[in-house]
Design a protein around this ligand. Structure first.
Ligand SMILES: NC(=O)c1ccc[n+]([C@@H]2O[C@H](COP(=O)([O-])OP(=O)(O)OC[C@H]3O[C@@H](n4cnc5c(N)ncnc54)[C@H](OP(=O)(O)O)[C@@H]3O)[C@@H](O)[C@H]2O)c1
Length: 251
């Protein structure tokens, strides 16, 4: 994808990977719109970075999405990059007596329905441009699950499959489709402890790796995956699935 002079909208742009991508794209001379529900974070980002626009968006609220899409159509008719990045993650223990589907339904709603809704809302604008990109954030866990995050991993597997079909359907249009599959990264996705977990990749290092892959066009089949996660991606093909699953999920 072109790395400058884009108009980029990022869902889940108020923190973590989305915010860091927003800043990286802004640094490279792009117009950037960050969206999310936390108005205080939108204010903090736009105050610190004149040139980034903040827009309230709750993906679970159809009215909020319709408002945001109509505002973007009026204010940013050249929107050509959508980064559908918003997501939530919860662990679930299905062996407990009180396990129910509330957390699972919330993840399906945000991680799956939220991405579909964002793409549906902005695709008509993207299609009008000569060169557009949809990049959605899946996960390295899409290819091989952590069993303590069953629904979370399954939502990301859904995205992997769905994005493959979307890419195929849009292949004769001006819209490219990319899948960003992060490893475990230092953000507050699962709570404050993750942001300082030494087993997680530092956020700045991950974002520089992503920007380098984008700059070099290093994303075979539209997939942005770090070298170290290729083993999970190809575990079924390589006959290593059971072994890697067992390492990731000790008995
Ligand atoms: N960090 C990792 O280890 C990791 C690994 C693989 C994949 N990922 C994926 O990366 C993406 C970003 O996560 P992160 O790690 O950067 O965590 P994060 O800091 O918690 O970011 C999540 C973002 O999603 C937004 N969001 C959540 N629910 C929303 C809703 N209903 N409507 C609109 N926005 C919503 C949040 O904004 P508001 O709260 O302001 O709405 C926030 O900006 C997620 O899709 C996650 O699954 C992360």
């Amino acid at each position: 994808m072109r790395m400058t002079d884009n108009t980029v909208l990022i869902t889940g742009g108020t923190s973590g990977i989305g915010r860091a991508l927003a800043e990286a794209f802004h640094d490279r001379g792009n117009r950037v719109i960050v969206t999310g529900r936390r108005q205080d974070m939108l204010d903090e980002i736009t105050l610190g970075r004149p040139g980034i626009t903040g827009l309230y968006l709750d993906l679970n609220d159809a009215v909020s999405l319709a408002r945001a899409a109509s505002s973007v159509r009026a204010r940013f008719p050249r929107l050509n990059v959508l980064i559908a990045n918003a997501g939530i993650s919860r662990n679930e223990d299905m062996t407990t007596e009180d396990w129910d589907t509330a957390e699972a339904e919330a993840m399906v709603q945000t991680n799956i329905v939220g991405v579909l809704r964002a793409v549906a809302a902005f695709l008509p604008i993207l299609k009008q441009q000569s060169l557009s990109t949809i990049m959605a954030t899946s996960s390295a866990l899409a290819f091989l699950p952590r069993a303590d995050f069953p629904t979370y991993c399954a939502t990301k597997s859904f995205l992997h499959s769905w994005l493959t079909s979307l890419r195929h359907q849009l292949s004769k249009t001006s819209v490219d489709v990319l899948e960003l599959s992060p490893p475990y990264v230092q953000t507050e996705l699962t709570g404050a402890a993750q942001a300082v977990d030494s087993r997680a990749m530092p956020l700045a290092a991950y974002i520089s790796a992503v920007m380098a892959m984008l700059e070099q066009g290093d994303h075979p089949r539209g997939e942005l995956l770090l070298e170290r996660d290729q083993a999970r991606r190809w575990a079924e093909r390589d006959g290593t699935y059971d072994r890697i699953f067992a390492t990731l999920n000790p008995a």
